[in-house]
Design a protein around this ligand. Structure first.
Ligand SMILES: [Zn+2]
Length: 487
């Protein structure tokens, strides 16, 4: 799909679907620009009959009788600034999705605001996400398939905003595509191959370590997690270095469990499905560095993934085992299903050694975070409130919800102490998302501003909503890229 700015109105000979994002008004006053003549009359009558007031997130699809144009789709933006970007994104998504399901090859979208970069970005993101589906393993009849429109024209848009939105939307689809792949297809080795091919396409530096090197590099916590699986681990490091100005260096660390059975502390069956998504943090990090490189942003970005599969087996790590992490700290294992933080411990130690200006990790880390915040909000934890605020502001632009949780509770801190090692890997049920974050903090250099994002449950969509199709959401990826755009 090609997204383009178009200011001279639509071409009635070629456009097949007209979308209008309209501000709230009485049905008589709902903006129906750029319609004229009979089509305007027909649509005005429908708007009045349906009492459509363009309230926020309301949609009206009007079939029209015209040689080329099949539908006019109205989406209301309401009359508040609050939530406007998310509304634009959702409206553009619905318009694009309708076009894709009705096989309309050319779309024209009209927006009320003119030239605003962030609105144009939101509209382009929605347009790209509207055509997303993960259907490669489905045997479908031709008629059932979504077909992206060839062209999606947006009136009076800011061209920079459109390019940004297109790149961010495509990066989110890329993130979803990898996260949706099951554990029998994307193993740690395959994830590394995908990262290497991304690096090749974008001219990124790429380093991949196998299990021998991982052990040699003293990543004892991460290596232990991988031992029970026949699929060997891969440590992945991609680096984007801007050609011109460079404002600083940030390390993105993504949890990359290509499948998590729980290990010897095996999960009950109901909790094990969707665990192909335990690599969503890694996928978000890959999507983010893709967008950063395509936008040629002036920050050096290192993407770090300690990819592994957590399985039971004769060689699996056990409860009671004591592991030594890369930074020398010892960890007593009291739950082999709290494996993500063990892989992240060594990845965060490695990231700290690079001495970046900031470190951000993103992980489907704890069920406790989902219990606390639900399935549509990620947890944010930080050792530096200024950096935490920066991430929250970036998230707000993207419509991805994050909520800050504390990591300074000394009573909770005691639950991750061990009598025989420096730490235990699980602090138990109470405050589980917080104690996991506290555990990670022990592996981040004290002087580096660090943010940890827990996206458990937000990574996977059970019931389709807004621009989220069922399956992997790609949640958090746009926050990471938008953070770099705003720093
Ligand atoms: Zn687990």
């Amino acid at each position: 799909m090609k997204i383009d700015r178009c200011d001279k109105g639509f071409d009635p000979e070629s456009v097949q679907l007209i979308g209008i994002l309209a501000e709230g008004a009485t049905p008589e006053l709902v903006c129906l620009e750029p319609l004229t003549g009979k089509m305007l009359e027909h649509c005005r009558r429908t708007v009045i009959n349906e009492n459509f007031k363009a309230k926020a997130a309301s949609t009206l699809k009007i079939p029209v009788n015209h040689e080329s144009i099949k539908y006019v789709v109205l989406h209301g933006l309401g009359d508040k600034k609050e939530g406007l970007q998310e509304n634009i994104r959702e409206g553009s998504f619905i318009i694009s999705r309708t076009a894709a399901s009705k096989k309309c090859s050319s779309v024209y979208l009209s927006m009320p605001e003119t030239g605003e970069r962030v609105s144009s970005r939101s509209a382009a993101e929605g347009a790209v996400l509207g055509c997303y589906s993960f259907d490669k393993y489905l045997t479908q009849e031709e008629g059932e398939k979504l077909i992206s429109p060839d062209t999606f024209y947006i009136a009076n848009a800011d061209p920079k905003g459109l390019t940004e939105g297109e790149i961010l939307g495509e990066a989110q689809c890329y993130t979803r595509d990898i996260a949706n792949e099951p554990g029998n297809i994307v193993t740690p080795e395959v994830l590394a191959e995908k990262a290497a091919s991304l690096a090749k396409d974008l001219g990124l530096k790429c380093e991949i370590w196998d299990e021998v090197r991982i052990l040699k590099e003293k990543m004892g916590a991460y290596y232990a997690v991988s031992k029970g699986s026949a699929n060997c681990p891969r440590f992945i490091v991609l680096t984007w270095s801007p050609k011109g100005e460079c404002k600083g260096h940030i390390a993105f660390v993504g949890k990359g469990l290509t499948f998590d059975s729980g290990g010897l502390d095996i999960k009950p069956a109901d909790y094990m499905t969707t665990m192909k998504g335990d690599k969503s943090g890694a996928c978000a990090v890959l999507g983010a560095i893709k967008a950063v490189a395509q936008l040629e942003l002036p920050w050096k970005v290192t993407a770090i993934i300690a990819a592994a599969e957590n399985m039971p087996g004769g060689n699996a790590y056990r409860p009671d085992d004591i592991l030594r992490a890369r930074n020398g700290k010892t960890i007593e294992v009291n739950n082999t299903d709290a494996e993500g933080r063990l892989t992240l411990a060594d990845a965060l130690s490695f990231a700290s050694e690079l001495k970046p200006d900031k470190i951000l990790d993103i992980a489907t880390l704890t069920g406790a975070c989902a219990v606390a915040l639900g399935t549509n909000t990620g947890g944010l934890f930080t050792n530096n409130n200024t950096f935490g605020e920066e991430v929250l502001r970036a998230a707000e632009i993207t419509g991805e919800r994050f909520w800050k949780l504390p990591i300074d509770d000394q009573v909770l801190m005691k639950t991750i102490k061990s009598p025989v090692a420096d730490l235990v890997n699980s602090g138990g049920r109470y405050g589980g998302a917080i104690t996991a974050a506290m555990f990670l903090e022990a592996f981040v250099a004290k002087d580096i501003p660090w943010v940890h994002l827990d996206i458990a449950a937000a990574d996977f969509i059970k019931e389709e909503r807004s621009y989220y199709a069922k399956g992997a959401s790609g949640f958090g990826m746009r926050t990471l890229a938008t953070l770099i755009m705003s720093m």
